[in-house]
Every structure is written in structure tokens, then in C-alpha cells.
Design a protein around this ligand. Structure first.
Ligand code: BGC
Length: 731
């Protein structure tokens, strides 16, 4: 048998036919081992011409790369990510292809997943997403994103997992395991330091090696070393004055050498800029480059003009660049091909099981920030007048936001969920404000309209037993949206004034706000309850209503701090454009290692709501907290009792800080947590283990991780500010 047919056999998922044709081959249900894969690559690689190898290193369409047709090596198909499988895009441009079989399950945004503090949910998220990707014949899903939340203005924070590297690392690994257990590759993004959208293509981030290692790289490292992600996406911005898609330090020294990454580095779409650098500094697959042909949408569409296409082939043929780098790239790409085409199942899409997964994750994400007088949950048996106000009550929040936008099979709007969940109530609705359509560069609605909408809403609110305000950010440009940062920390579209006006006429106000970012709440004292509802995907409206009527007891915790005002957040406290957003494409991270709660704690700046915070409809009593340690491990044990009237979940958090450190340190850092569900009247034992290894700091002089001996403080609590016990230990 032709050995290339056997390649195709090994990778075909339509294995039954192949089995009948070649009964002597390994059973079609067997997966090739890593050793098999390498052996196959050894056989194939010498057969490939320079042109064939280079072809695999760059796009042939917006979202695919070629295989080798004559040898039966399949194409690779890539798709956004990371909250569902994006609808099909045209071959040659960014338009949607208008297929009618590409609606997906919309899972909650990754910031919502982070709020669950539940790695088991990250795993089932990954499995369901991987299955949808397989059904849609995608080899690679572009996600998860793990850029650290540095500023509340970043338009893409909703796609990331918060401000803490330990939290993001703990969640990213099971997400990757879940996706890749289905045979779909993940592409961890955006590596690295893509912490804002402002000047995202140009900005050169100057950050200390220590902050890079301690804050911005750990989640990527976890994704590669523990998660074993099969691909990673380079970011648009620059580090060390070199674009991150071909960056010697990030891709060669750290990723490939230090972390031993054996997968594929893909550029962000249009993130590659130079043939020589791309060839030498670690880029394997170039996507979305803005070549002239492509810009003009004509001729050969520029696919051959990519940095890793004709210019690369010519340079190798002239002896200017070695073929060995190309061989390494081709090997990695073939490896990805075998990994993702290895007799995996066909997957499935928009099935009940996936909708349930989306629902389950959303249920644990919703975060209750305030509940004065226990106004929540509202009694669904009661006959009352509920006035729902706010544009997000009826607006789709899935079909916008940039590349993560989805075409969901359905998305339940909050108003529909509330109507279903409160059948006895008289429910009336007013939008209260308008934000305009969700596309780039929209013009705000005329002031007169806003005035009229506000007046109507306030009038309606007067007669309500309770007002449920459903607003927040949305995914319009310069809100939670790719390509631009927020322009201010306040809620947009006049919502602060609207909430104030409602509070003047009604004393029972429940505020439900969607966002993937923090915002100021000048009206906080005037409302009874605040529910942070994130972007919850297909099941959003059902889940919000289930929280409001108590079907669900909220258990989400904030994966980032809510500063009182923008100037309280680390990068903005300097009031220096060099720190944010940068000047002349240069930016300095002056806050260094103190981001988020690390900044608030260390500088003594009280946040509005701290990292790790979230209320419940029940009460917990955490007792018998015991901290002990050996040379390798800190052990925290406690007992938690549910002393309230309903079942609920609490997240016990362990932070550690060094006393009298020889280097500057954050007061404390999250090193362990456990989410535990306890039934009313019951109690449970909690054990959390912190490896001493994780207390190391990065020494910039020796360029290595170092453990300081001496006294450490262990803080055990239910948020970074609600500390129940502080214990000093000696290492
Ligand atoms: C985004 C990536 C995305 C890619 C493909 C880029 O603009 O930054 O996150 O995966 O486009 O849509």
C-alpha cells in the first residue's frame, strides 16, 4: 500500500470505510501514539518540496491552511473561539458566508467562567466546545484567552480570565484538556502582553522581567506545560521592540526552549510583519496578513505574498535563510494535523447536553454584589408589578464584540426569562436608554431620544412593586469589544443618571448588569441589590431569572477587583499616558507586579468590591481553620457549615504573603482555593494544599525563581478583603 494512503488512513475519522479497504492496518478506532506520529512525519517530511512545506505555513483562505493534496494530507481549518464556534466566514474576505447549518451553542464568556472559580466547569466547557468544533470540522479553536486583566478599560477583558495568574492557570488547564479530549486543538491567546486594545498592533510593552514572569506568563505556561495546548497564538503588540508573532525571547527562548512547546505558533490575524523574523523567531503559521492583494480583494488575493509564502521560498532558495527552520515548522504543522485528524468522533452540536453545559456554567457564574434587606430572591408566587428597565433586557449580547461574536441557535433575553419565571407578576418594560446598533463606529442616539426613553422609564417605575434594571456594558465598539478600549469607567449611555432618576421614584430596585469589566457605581447606596451577570451566552435570560426568583443560589466570585474610581486601579493611578495607553507606540508598566488586588492591598486602596467577592442567599460559618506546613507544602484545613435556609456554595481562598521580604512584594497573592457546595444545615471539611514551590519570586539578577526562607503570612478568607484567619508560618 502507498504509504501516504496509510497516512490518510491514520488520520481519517471515517475509519469504517478505511478499515474495509485496508484490514491489515491498525484498527480504525485506535489512535496513533506520539511515537507513531513522529515516525510518520519522518517518512513524509523528506518527500515534501520547499513549496509544499511553505504552503502549509500560511493561510489559503481567511480561516484555513492547505495540506498537501497529492499526498492526501488534509487542510487545517481554524475557527474563533473562544465562547463557541463562530459562523463560517467567506474564503477571501471577512464577510459571513451565510450558511444555514452553522448556528452554535453560545457558552458563557471566559470572564464568566472565571467567576465560577470551578475547574470542573472549565473541563465540561472544553468538552462541549470541542465537540461543537468537531461537528463543524474545525481542527483548531482559537482560544482560550488568558491575558491578565490590567486595566478596566481593556475592550477584551470579557474574553479573558481575570486579574490573577493562579486563578487563570487553574481554569485554563482543564478547559484545554476538555477541548483537546475531543481531538480539537486549542490556541491559547494572545501571547503575550496584549492587555489593551488601544494601539494593539503597534504598542511596545516595557515590563520588568519579574512582572512578565510572575503575572503575565504563568497562565500561558500552565496552558503549555500542564494543559499541553497544541497551538498558541502570538499577539499583535510588541515586546522588546519586536512583534510578538515573531519574538525571539517569547517564542524561541521561553516558549519553545524553556517550556518545550512542540506545537504550532500561529500569528494573530495580520500579526506577522517580516519574513526573516517570522522564519527565525518561532512563527509556524501566518494568518490574516494584510498583503496588498488581500487589501484590494482582487487578483490572487495575496495568499502567495504572505511573509511565509513566496518571499520565504525565495530567501531559502537564495541561501539567505536555512531550510532547517522550515522543516521544523512543517514538522510541527504535520504533528498538529495528525493530532487533530486521529480517528476522533464526529462531534455534535447544539444538542441538549451542550445547552445544559452552557446553562450549568452560567448558573455558577452570576455574582451577587449587594442584597440589602434580602430583597432577593423575589417570590414568584406573589402577585406584584415588576417593571423591567434597561436595554440589555431585550438585546442580544452574543452577536457582537469582535472576533468572539457568535451566531447562536438561540439566546434567551433577560426579559423573556423573567416573564417565564414570574408567571404571576404583572411585568412591564421600558428600555430607558439606547446604545445604538452593535457595529464599529456607531453614532450615539440623539439626546432627545434618550430623554424621552428615560422619562418613560421613570414614569413606569413609579407604580412598580419592584424595578429590575437590566443594563451594563454591551458589546458595542468601545464597550466590551475587540478593536477599541472603553473611553471611561462609568456605565455608558447615561445609565448612572437613569438609575439615579429611578431611585428617586422607587425604593425597591434590583440592578442586573452585564459586563466583562468593572465600572463605577455612584448610585450603589440608592439601590437594594446588584447582580453582576457577565455575558452568559445562550441561556442568559433563563439563568438571570432563576437567580432573581431563587431557583439558583448565586455562587459566583469576582475574578477581578472593582475599584471605586479609575484612578484607584494600578495603571491609571499614575495618570501618565506612558503607563496607559502608551505614547508613540511605547508603554511602561510602572505598576510592575502590583495589578488588581495586589495593588489595592499593598497600597491600602479600598476597592468598591474586592477580588474573590460574591454573596449568597445562604450564610456560611467557616470554623476550625488550621494552617500547618512542611518544607514542601502548606496545608489549610477548615470546616464550613451552611447556617442559612438554602443549599449554597462558597469559595474558600488561601492567600500567602512574605513578611520582611528582601524584594518588593504584594501584601498577599492567591495560592489556593476550593469551591464547595453545602446543603442547608450541613457542614463539610475543606482541605487546601499550597506547594511551597509556588511562593517563589522571580529574581531578575539571576533570571531564576527563588524561594526566600523565613516568615510568611497565610490568609484564609472568602475574598481578598474578607479574611477570616491570618496565620504566620516559618519556612
Ligand atoms: C483577534 C483574534 C482572532 C482573530 C481571528 C484577531 O483580530 O485578535 O483573537 O482569533 O482575529 O478572527
Amino acid at each position: 500500500m502507498n504509504k501516504y494512503f496509510s497516512f490518510a488512513l491514520g488520520v481519517a475519522s471515517i475509519g469504517l470505510v478505511a478499515c474495509q479497504q485496508a484490514p491489515t492496518q491498525k484498527c480504525c478506532n485506535d489512535k496513533m501514539s506520539d511515537a507513531d506520529i513522529e515516525a510518520r512525519i519522518d517518512t513524509i517530511l523528506p518527500q515534501l518540496s520547499i513549496e509544499e512545506k511553505a504552503a502549509m505555513c500560511h493561510a489559503q483562505s481567511k480561516f484555513s491552511t492547505p495540506g498537501v493534496a497529492r499526498l492526501g494530507i488534509p487542510e487545517l481549518w481554524w475557527s474563533d473561539g473562544p465562547h463557541g464556534v463562530r459562523a463560517e466566514i467567506n474564503w477571501n474576505d471577512w464577510g459571513y458566508a451565510s450558511w444555514n447549518n452553522d448556528s452554535c451553542t453560545a457558552f458563557p464568556a471566559l470572564s464568566a467562567l472565571a467567576a465560577t472559580f470551578n475547574p470542573d466547569l472549565a473541563y465540561i466547557y472544553g468538552v462541549a466546545l470541542g465537540e461543537e468544533s468537531r461537528y463543524r470540522k474545525k481542527n483548531v479553536i482559537l482560544g482560550p484567552g488568558v491575558n491578565i486583566y490590567r486595566t478596566p478599560l481593556n475592550g477584551r477583558n470579557f474574553e479573558y480570565m481575570g486579574e490573577d495568574p493562579f486563578l487563570a492557570s487553574t481554569l485554563v488547564v482543564p478547559y484545554i484538556h476538555g477541548v483537546q479530549s475531543t481531538g480539537t486543538a486549542t490556541s491559547v491567546k494572545h501571547y503575550a502582553l496584549n492587555n489593551q486594545e488601544e494601539d494593539r498592533m503597534g504598542v511596545n510593552v516595557q515590563v520588568s522581567e519579574r512582572a512578565l514572569r510572575e503575572l503575565y506568563l504563568p497562565a500561558f505556561k500552565a496552558a503549555i506545560v500542564d494543559g499541553k495546548a497544541w497551538t498558541i497564538m502570538g499577539s499583535y503588540n510588541r515586546y522588546n521592540n519586536q512583534h510578538c508573532c515573531h519574538n525571539e525571547i517569547l517564542l524561541m527562548d521561553i516558549l519553545k526552549k524553556e517550556w518545550g512547546f512542540d506545537g504550532v505558533v500561529v500569528s494573530d490575524w495580520g500579526g506577522a510583519h517580516d519574513t526573516k523574523e517570522a522564519a527565525r523567531f518561532g512563527l509556524d503559521v501566518e494568518m490574516g496578513s494584510f498583503t496588498n492583494g488581500l487589501d484590494a480583494q482582487m487578483g490572487n488575493f495575496g495568499w502567495d505574498d504572505y511573509n511565509l509564502a513566496r518571499p520565504y521560498i525565495n530567501a531559502i532558495k537564495k541561501g539567505e535563510l536555512p531550510e532547517s527552520d522550515l522543516n521544523d515548522k512543517a514538522r510541527r504543522i504535520l504533528r498538529l494535523n495528525f493530532r487533530t485528524n486521529n480517528n476522533w468522533g464526529p462531534g455534535r452540536m447544539t444538542c441538549e447536553a451542550h445547552m445544559k453545559t452552557a446553562h450549568d456554567i452560567a448558573r455558577e457564574a452570576v455574582t451577587l454584589l449587594k442584597n440589602e434587606g434580602n430583597i432577593l430572591p423575589l417570590d414568584p408566587a406573589k402577585q406584584m408589578k415588576i417593571v423591567v428597565i434597561g436595554e440589555n433586557a431585550t438585546r442580544t449580547l452574543v452577536k457582537a464584540g469582535g472576533s468572539s461574536e457568535l451566531k447562536p441557535k438561540y439566546e434567551i433575553a433577560p426579559l423573556d426569562g423573567i416573564k417565564k419565571q414570574f408567571p404571576n407578576a404583572d411585568i412591564q418594560y421600558a428600555t430607558g436608554y439606547t446604545s445604538g446598533p452593535a457595529f464599529y463606529g456607531f453614532a450615539p442616539a440623539p439626546k432627545e431620544d434618550q430623554k424621552k426613553l428615560k422619562a418613560e422609564a421613570v414614569e413606569l417605575a413609579k407604580s412598580a412593586d419592584v424595578v429590575i434594571y437590566v443594563g451594563g456594558l454591551n458589546k458595542n465598539y468601545q464597550q466590551d469589544c475587540e478593536g477599541g478600549d472603553r473611553q471611561s469607567y462609568e456605565l455608558p449611555f447615561g445609565q448612572d443618571a437613569l438609575i439615579d432618576a429611578i431611585a428617586e421614584v422607587n425604593k425597591n430596585i434590583v440592578v442586573v448588569l452585564a459586563s466583562g469589566n468593572a465600572y463605577s457605581m455612584p448610585w450603589l447606596d440608592k439601590v437594594n441589590a446588584v447582580v453582576q451577570s457577565w455575558y452568559l451566552g445562550s441561556e442568559a435570560g433563563n439563568v438571570i431569572a432563576e437567580v432573581l426568583d431563587g431557583t439558583i443560589n448565586p455562587s459566583g466570585k469576582l475574578p477581578f477587583s472593582f475599584p471605586v474610581k479609575l484612578a484607584d486601579s494600578a495603571p491609571h493611578s499614575f495618570n501618565d499616558p506612558m503607563v496607559y495607553p502608551g505614547v508613540d507606540h511605547q508603554q511602561i508598566y510602572k505598576e510592575d507586579i502590583l495589578v488588581g488586588y495586589r495593588w489595592h492591598d499593598t497600597k491600602g486602596i479600598k476597592p468598591l468590591f474586592p477580588f474573590g467577592f460574591g454573596l449568597s442567599y445562604t450564610t456560611f460559618d467557616v470554623k476550625d481553620i488550621k494552617v500547618s506546613n512542611s518544607a514542601n507544602e502548606i496545608k489549610v484545613a477548615a470546616n464550613i457549615a451552611n447556617t442559612g435556609a438554602v443549599c449554597g456554595a462558597e469559595v474558600l481562598q488561601v492567600y500567602v504573603g512574605k513578611v520582611d521580604s528582601k524584594v518588593s512584594r504584594a501584601q498577599k497573592e492567591l495560592k489556593g482555593f476550593l469551591k464547595i457546595m453545602v446543603d442547608k444545615g450541613n457542614s463539610a471539611a475543606i482541605n487546601i494544599s499550597v506547594p511551597v514551590e509556588s511562593l517563589k519570586f522571580f529574581n531578575e539578577e539571576t533570571h531564576s525563581w527563588e524561594l526566600e526562607k523565613g516568615k510568611y503570612m497565610v490568609y484564609v478568607g472568602t475574598s481578598s478583603a474578607d479574611i477570616l484567619e491570618t496565620v504566620e508560618i516559618e519556612l
